[in-house]
Design a protein around this ligand. Sequence first.
Ligand SMILES: C=CC1=C(C)c2cc3[nH]c(cc4nc(cc5[nH]c(cc1n2)c(C)c5CCC(=O)O)C(CCC(=O)O)=C4C)c(C)c3C=C
Ligand SMILES: [Fe+2]
Ligand SMILES: [Fe+2]
Length: 348
Amino acid sequence: MPRSSHYTGLAGVSDDRAVKAGVLLVNLGTPEAPTAKALRPYLAEFLGDPRVIEYPRWLWWLILHGVILRIRPPRSAHAYGRIWTPQGSPLRVGSEALAARLQTELDQRALGPIRVALAMRYGEPSVAHQIEQLQRDGVRRLLILPLYPQYSATSTGSVIDAVADSFKTLRWPPELRVVNDYHDDPGHIEALAQSIERWWAVNGRGNKLLLSFHGIPERYVQAGDPYFQQCQTTARRLRERLELDESQLLLSFQSRVGRERWLHPYTDATVRELAAQGVKRLDVACPGFAVDCLETLEEIAMQNRDFFVEAGGQELRYIPALNDSDGQVASLAALALRHMQGWPEAGA
Ligand SMILES: C=CC1=C(C)c2cc3[nH]c(cc4nc(cc5[nH]c(cc1n2)c(C)c5CCC(=O)O)C(CCC(=O)O)=C4C)c(C)c3C=C
Ligand SMILES: [Fe+2]
Ligand SMILES: [Fe+2]
């Protein structure tokens, strides 16, 4: 009989004192560089995900590889080039900063060791790689926290797929919990409201506040995706908290791709209409994005600003995402600890 000390297990965890909880933040992912060459594999993985594009597989494969991956990479690369920083893609830089600050916050607030890591759904570091790494570090209880406040099958659902796939490869997967969404979490709504109020205290108020969420095809919502309803609830809660009415706080959907009908009203049409109605200063916030990225910094703060001004508006002012602000760090730490309740690291 071999001695029990020979059995250290695949995860390398030989001893209960090493057991830890882990929080895996997951964001969408971003290309490695603002170039067509780097965009191609990123878009191939993203747009090849059946959660994102619900078309017959073979037909979509032909369209994706025959048309889209020839046309889109240079266009997207140009857009990324407008927002790229010396440190890299804003989505990566912002997500890493948030993960680092969340680690510090949980070190202070938790009862036991909690390891925070960041994965990207598309590109690196992958969900599977980070889960393996956390296991090697002794994590036996794992909370997945997708950085999407509203659930959609195309975003959160796809993260859950990646976690499930990675678990299939593990002999002894950790205990698992998943945050499905936090669209109406009071701490999150308060963090959003305070960040908007602080921004107004410095810059003054515009004539209206537009909340622009990433769109998805309408067909997905008709098939049962709760995303539209959750965006509406986030907007309603913010409207109540900021004491605005429906003419002062509006909701729209951005980032449409392809020809099919996506969620309405569209952001680009909305900013043009508002300008045509005589709105001069329009404030736009994007509460569906935890961290600033291409869709906020380029599509809203540049493209839609130009649409608004071309249609007769004076100023479109983008209010930044929560990023690694104190409000976001505190609300996500509280959310994580609540979801880990009953685990020794988090407390009762
Ligand atoms: C074509 C289908 C797409 C669906 C459905 C979709 C849903 C969706 N996306 C996000 C968050 C982000 N999307 C981002 C970029 C982006 N999105 C799509 C397409 C769909 N998204 C594409 C092709 C791209 C890449 C850029 C481009 O070529 O236009 C980003 C930013 C990434 C970055 O690097 O900065 C985010 C974040 C959500 C939350 C969502 C469903 C609710
Ligand atoms: Fe997207
Ligand atoms: Fe976009």
